[in-house]
Design a protein around this ligand. Structure first.
Ligand SMILES: [Zn+2]
Length: 389
């Protein structure tokens, strides 16, 4: 009977903060559309946990997570989506339909999949004012993310190893991958050296002898590289998360695998579970505004021959100008390689030889390896010869 009064006095509190009654699925859906339009959010990922539902979205490159106190939100939303679209989630578990919300035409793609704790639902909301949110905060381009995402989604289970010599690049990947990838419902495991990176709004746990085995719903399992030498712990962790993405700082995939076997992860288990290896690195292109061509000198020719770079390539040298703040460095480009684990790679992993593993990756990747990408940039005069590691 006090309803009218209470509504009039109630402050304009955030929708998700309300937990006094089971939220109405239709108004929930409208709220998600509001967010998509007002905050330019394109993808919203909902994951049902036992007592609540996680709602994750990326706003200007930052992951935003809210909890809705409802044990049945996703099933209610699914019923609502089926009602609006006059269709049902079939065997492919995708619904596509158009709605007009606040005079904005939205094209919506919904995907659902079962998880260990209930259901996960991903809504992709496209509308004219929503220019796909590029990850402004990161060096990763949206198409690279889509590439990685597509690749990861093609594997329903198994182990993905993401490696980079740059810890920052690895961290850049957390945001686009966490909360948006259904295959990553299984958590991200990362091995890092002494510095622990805090990822805002992502629940993290640290694993070491003091903490013991993690039994938690943390998104990110952080393993203290220095202290975790407990072989049982690491092996159990990988067994527990048979679908997992491991982030590890390493010069390349071969070195990442070698580091894992050195940490006493059994090479057989690694070889069996391995599905994809992703390598990331930066390329610092030389400034095109002050680039000057020069003919390679004797020692440069030797390096070029050694790496089989065409000897007639012209090298560029950038002394610096006001356009590059006198650094000679222009654009930073992301180098990325994706490799599915072949039988040859699995066999090489079992040998535990870094050289053999590196060779198997080279022959699988051919021109797509990061080294070959670097060589092409050097041949094109876009990068310094010194960038060859
Ligand atoms: Zn310059």
């Amino acid at each position: 009977m006090h309803k009218t009064n209470m509504a009039a006095q109630a402050p304009a509190e955030p929708f998700y903060a309300r937990n006094d009654e089971s939220p109405d699925a239709a108004s929930h859906f409208h709220q998600l559309l509001d967010d998509a339009i007002d905050q330019k959010v394109r993808t919203i990922h909902l994951q049902q946990e036992t007592a609540f539902c996680r709602v994750r979205k990326r706003i200007k490159g930052k992951l935003d997570e809210a909890r809705v106190d409802s044990p049945t939100l996703i099933s209610e939303l699914i019923a609502e989506l089926e009602k609006i679209s006059s269709s049902t989630f079939g065997t492919i578990d995708t619904l596509t339909f158009d709605v007009v919300h606040r005079n904005v035409e939205c094209h919506i793609v919904c995907q659902s999949c079962p998880t260990t704790t209930g259901m996960a639902l991903t809504l992709e909301i496209n509308h004219p004012t929503n220019i796909p949110e590029i990850l402004e905060q990161t060096t990763l381009k949206a198409e690279s993310i889509d590439n990685i995402r597509q690749r990861l989604n093609s594997h329903t289970d198994g182990l993905t190893i993401v490696s980079s010599p740059s810890c920052d690049l690895l961290c850049d990947l957390y945001y686009p991958l966490l909360g948006e990838l259904q295959t990553l419902d299984s958590r991200i495991v990362s091995f890092e050296s002494s510095t622990r990176k805090h990822i805002p709004r992502v629940s993290q746990i640290s694993v070491d002898h003091a903490h013991g085995m993690p039994v938690t719903d943390a998104d990110h399992v952080f393993i203290d590289w220095q202290r975790s030498r407990d072989t049982t712990l690491l092996n159990t962790l990988l067994n527990q998360y048979s679908t997992a993405t491991v982030f590890i700082q390493a010069t390349n995939s071969a070195s990442a695998i070698r580091q894992l076997t050195d940490l006493a992860i059994s090479e057989r288990q690694l070889a069996t579970n391995l599905t994809t290896c992703i390598e990331l690195d930066h390329a610092h292109l030389i400034c095109p505004h002050c680039a000057e061509a020069h003919n390679p000198n004797g020692s440069e020719i030797r390096i070029m021959e050694q790496h089989r770079i065409k000897a007639n390539s012209t090298l560029n040298y950038a002394p610096g100008c006001d356009r590059c703040n006198y650094t000679g460095i222009g654009e930073h480009r992301l180098l990325l390689s994706l490799c599915s684990a072949s039988d040859a790679i699995r066999l090489s992993v079992e040998t535990r030889s870094t050289d053999a593993i590196a060779k198997s990756f080279d022959s699988a990747l051919k021109k797509q390896s990061i080294r070959e990408q670097r060589k092409r940039l050097i041949s094109a005069g876009q990068m310094n010869l010194q960038a060859l590691k």
